[in-house]
Every structure is written in C-alpha cells, then in structure tokens.
Design a binder for this molecule. Structure first.
Ligand SMILES: Cc1cc2nc3c(=O)[nH]c(=O)nc-3n(C[C@H](O)[C@H](O)[C@H](O)COP(=O)(O)OP(=O)(O)OC[C@H]3O[C@@H](n4cnc5c(N)ncnc54)[C@H](O)[C@@H]3O)c2cc1C
Length: 452
C-alpha cells in the first residue's frame, strides 16, 4: 500500500490541560459547598446534621459528574486516556456511596431521628433517597466485582445506565423536596443547572453522537483471517469523509451493522492500522459471544466508528527512543500499529519486541514483522516466547519471567528507555513489577489493558 496515499494530519499529542480539568472537577464540588455555606438559610440544625447534609450535597455533585465522565468526552479523556478516566469514575462512584452512607448516618444522628434509617411508614421523598442509595450500592458493587460476580458485560452496561439515571433523578427529587439547605434560590439554581448539564451530556452521549456516527458510516472493505481465531477487518470512511485523527496504538469503538441476525453491539478495539495509510483496521480475536461472530463480517457491511481514545502510543512520549514492547497474544495489535507507523515514517527508534503466545499458529502478521525488522526502519528485534511450542521450535519457551526480562534488558539503553506493556492482567502485573525492579521508572512504563 502506498504509504503516502492518504496522509492524515497529526492527532493532537500534547496532554496539556490535565491539571486544569482535575482542578475544574474539584472546583465544581468545592463551589457547591462554598455556595451552601454562603447562602445557607438558618435551619437551626446542629453541626452533625449540617455535616450530614454537606456529605449529601458533595455526593450529588460527584454523581452528576459521573455522567460526564461516562460519556467519554474527548476533551476530558485526552490528557489521561480513557482507562484512567474510567478508573477514576469507578473510584468516584465508591466515594459517592461512602458519602451517602455518611449522609444518612449523620443526618439521623444529628436530628435524633434514627427512624429515618428504619421506619417503613415515612415520607415518600425519604423512600426516594433510600431507593437511590440502594441502587448506588448495587451499581458500585456490580462495577467493582462484575467479573467475580460473573455478570455478562452487556447486561451490566444496560443496568448500570438505567440505575444511573434512577439514582440521579431520585436523589435530585429527594434533596429538592427535603433539603432545607436547598430552599435558598442560589442552591436551587446550582442543583437544577447540574441536573440540566447531566441531561444534556446524557442526550449527547446516548442519542446525538450515535445519530451523528450513523449518518457517516464506515464500510467494511476487507475481512482477512490472520490466525485460526483472529481476523482483521478493514474499514473505509463514507465517500468524501476522512478518517478521524488518531495516533498509532490508540483504540476506537465500533458498532457493526451486518444484518443477517448478527448482534449489534458497541465494542472497543485497537486500531491496528497506521494513520500513514488510508482507512482503518482492527485485528480481532474470537474470545466471547460477540467476537465469535466476527468472522461472519462481510465486505460491504456497515459500521459506526467512534475514535480515537487512549494514550498508548509512542507518539505521546517522543523523548523515548529505546523502546521495549511486551505483548501477550492479541495484545500485539497496538504494537503492530506503532511499528507500521515507525516503518512508514522512517522513525529513528530502537525497538525490542518480546511477544508471548501459546503456539506458532497464534502468531499474527509474523512475516510483516520480519520484513519491518529486515528493513532497519525502525531498528527492530522480535523475540517470540511460546508456552506450547511444537517440537521443531528453536526460540524461547515458557513464560516471560523476571530473569528473561533482565537478560534482554541487560544492555544499557541507547537513549531514553520506555516500556510498553499490553498483555493479560497477571502477565502485565509480573512484567511491570519486574521492570520496576530493573530500575525503569513508573512514568516510563505504559500499559494498555484490554478491559476498561
Ligand atoms: C483499549 C482496548 C483495546 C482492545 N483492543 C483489542 C484488539 O485490538 N483486539 C482484540 O481482539 N481485542 C481487543 N480488546 C478486547 C475486546 O474489546 C474484547 O475482547 C471484546 O470486546 C470481547 O467481546 P465479546 O462479547 O466477544 O467477549 P465476552 O466474553 O462477552 O467479554 C469479554 C470481556 O470483554 C469486555 N466486553 C465485552 N463486551 C464488551 C462491550 N460491548 N464493550 C466493551 N467491553 C466489552 C468485558 O470486559 C468482558 O468481560 C481491546 C480492549 C480494550 C479495552
């Protein structure tokens, strides 16, 4: 393919503004508290009661901001990467739950009204608050332990969204009707504005953006089997449209619309193609319900594509020039994108790729990697590790342990060393721990997990 056929302008790479976004997040919380202190009507509540109410207000603002984070706006995710945003979203949900438990306890304690916690015959807005709290507890528990609880992803997502809407709505009505503090007009304006912002973001995330993506569908232009259970799907934008800007190693959300009774679900995959070439591609392994149908995708099928997300790209860390890539199985995809990009742009990088697979059959794009290594652009060395090698295998065998990494990292780095890790979680943990022990600073270790 002609490397210069469709050169895309560079994706914005600078992560400027991360601190501003964090500051804005906390400002919105602190502002609500300051406003409350400023306008608080004289309610005669004691300190404990007031503290309880403050906890409720902070929890409400956090929950409103949860909707913004979940909508994955690019201006929020760009400096951090979506994985970090979603980790923060999880932690914030748990924090809101803790604050609401404090809220009910302190309000009941401060008002000497313990029936608030236990009585069945109680005003309906209290019941709304209870239901919201219960729903939040369910949502947080299911999100933190979804895999352990064996909750299927699509079902979890449906319920998570539904309960999210219920929590915010019930919480809002509860506070509006019961909250003495919220009688002050300024507080009412703040809370209504927060709810309005949530509704607007929700509308954009669930209705407007999907509609915009549907209006500019991509078309499947090639379907290739790469290994027994691995497929590459190539996508071309609608005529007259350009592919969105992306850095090699980033990922996108794709919703295939294939008809023929095949499922319609939004999934995220790394963009295994490079922005130096036309179109988009993803290399997808059959691992579950949806991906087991990926081989049934046909040329001409439609797809809605939303991207690009993530910060797992060597372009984001231009000062690193001696790179270690550690891949496990299908975790090779971001490295394929980066190596293709380095090759096309003649990047002056030294790369050691350590790639663990079960057997030789599982290797994807092996010849292409050999060709890139032979070209010298970049200076690439590929080392394969097989856990179930055939008898005629002469390469590395077994798992990639600490001593293996030490052996390969022994030569001093030719410049600033950076390590990129994309493999199953237990392997990633071991590798990252070993790299730390070998003296690589945490800020030089970049990880992509294949679960958000
Ligand atoms: C940043 C990133 C990049 C990825 N890149 C690749 C890639 O290049 N190639 C590749 O083969 N895989 C990649 N994955 C993994 C891929 O997203 C999952 O394998 C796929 O979604 C599983 O779908 P399933 O229904 O077939 O599997 P299931 O067995 O049903 O699900 C397995 C797990 O995948 C996740 N998952 C399932 N459905 C969804 C969904 N609709 N949306 C989001 N997550 C879901 C859940 O964590 C679930 O526990 C990537 C994941 C992430 C987070």
């Amino acid at each position: 393919m002609d490397a210069t056929a469709d050169p895309h302008p560079a994706v914005p790479l600078r992560a400027a503004g991360g601190a501003v976004r964090v500051a804005l997040y906390f400002f919105l919380i602190v502002f609500a508290l300051l406003l409350l202190i400023w306008v608080r009507p004289h309610t005669g509540d004691g300190l404990i009661h007031q503290l309880g109410k403050n906890c409720g207000l902070v929890a409400f603002v956090i929950l409103a901001l949860q909707a913004v984070l979940a909508a994955r706006p690019k201006w929020v995710e760009r400096p951090f990467g979506l994985d970090m945003v979603f980790r923060f979203h999880k932690a914030a949900g748990a924090t809101a739950l803790g604050l609401l438990l404090l809220h009910v306890t302190l309000v009941a304690w401060g008002s000497h009204h313990w029936q608030l916690l236990t009585a069945l015959a109680i005003r309906w807005p209290v019941w709304l608050g209870r239901v919201a709290l219960l729903a939040l507890a369910v949502n947080v528990t299911a999100s933190l332990w979804r895999r352990k609880l064996r909750i299927e992803f699509e079902r979890w997502r449906r319920w998570h969204n539904l309960l999210g809407v219920l929590i915010i709505t019930f919480g809002f009505v509860h506070s509006f009707v019961l909250g003495g503090d919220l009688q002050a007009p300024a507080m009412r304006v703040y809370c209504v504005a927060a709810l309005g912002a949530v509704a607007a973001v929700y509308l954009w995330h669930k209705i407007l953006r999907p509609r915009r993506l549907r209006r500019r569908p991509y078309t499947v232009s090639a379907v290739r089997r790469e290994a027994p259970r691995v497929w590459t799907i190539e996508l071309a934008p609608s005529s007259g449209e350009r592919v969105f800007l992306y850095a090699p190693g980033q990922f996108h959300y794709v919703t295939f619309r294939r008809g023929r009774g095949l499922p319609v679900e939004e999934h995220h995959w790394t963009i295994s193609s490079t922005p130096t070439r036309p179109g988009l591609a993803s290399t997808i392994k059959e691992v579950g319900d949806f991906t087991s149908t990926i081989g049934q995708t046909r040329v001409g099928d439609r797809a809605e594509v939303d991207g690009a997300y993530g910060r797992f790209s060597y372009l984001f860390y231009p000062d690193e020039d001696d790179l270690l890539f550690v891949a496990g199985g299908i975790g090779i995809t971001p490295f394929l994108a980066m190596l293709r990009h380095m090759h096309d742009t003649g990047a002056d990088k030294k790369v050691l790729l350590l790639w663990s697979n079960r057997s030789e059959q599982d290797l994807v794009a092996r010849q292409e990697l050999d060709q890139i290594a032979a070209s010298g652009r970049p200076q690439l060395k590929v080392v394969h590790f097989l856990t179930r090698p055939g008898e005629d295998w002469h390469g590395e065998r077994g798992r990639m342990g600490a001593e293996v990494l030490a052996r390969y990292l022994a030569p001093p780095a030719a410049g600033t060393r950076g390590a990129y890790v994309c493999c199953p979680p237990p392997m990633a943990r071991d590798v990252i721990r070993s790299l730390g022990k070998l003296g690589l600073p945490a800020r030089r270790i970049h990880e992509e997990g294949f679960a958000l």
